[in-house]
Design a protein around this ligand. Sequence first.
Ligand code: SAH
Length: 210
Amino acid sequence: MVENHIAARGIRSALVLDAMQSVPREAFVPDHFRELTYRDAPLPIAEEQTISQPYIVALMTEALMLKGGEKVLEIGTGSGYAAAVLAQIAGEVYSVERIRELANTAAALLSELGYSNVHVQHSDGTRGWEDHAPYEAIVVTAGGPEVPDSLKSQLEIGGRLVIPVGSNRQLQQLVRVTRVSKLDYKSEFIADVRFVPLVGEQGWSASDEA
Ligand code: SAH
């Protein structure tokens, strides 16, 4: 899968390719979808959420420009798969999930698989995770209407935030926001993407959930 879908589509970072190679994706996929594990596609998990498509996980991880050992914040733990990929590269991964059952299941699985550098919290990730800020990198794996100010403010100077943003709940543009100085940020377009909605105080409201 890594050779056919990930490297073939242009992911060049050796750190990212190695991390994708090391994480056992099957452990994060529900039993009844196991035979589809190594297709390059998103798959359903519990609570109407999805485990992201491998290529997109690789693309987002590469866009964070990690060198290894960083403190990273992930919003949208879901299955825990992307957190595991990040944990192969980063020093510590802080991951926030708004659905309690998913947070609990992912935390248990990650610990069972030995990812002791991933810390999962159940809360609204549009507010970030202030206790451990600032972060060298932040990745959001759900799509919001705009870039949450809390996340921008929890970036270290020089830090990168990769997030799908769009005025439509299902269709977004993946962007990288870099904190250039205390008050200045620059934004770059990466790709058109399709994520589940980011629901929270600085995201979409839960009442009009699709
Ligand atoms: N990274 C995950 C992808 C999960 S899909 C994986 O690899 O499996 C996106 C996740 O974001 C869903 O689990 C959803 O519940 C969660 N989410 C949506 N809005 C959120 C918010 N405001 N805070 C934290 N998690 C959120």
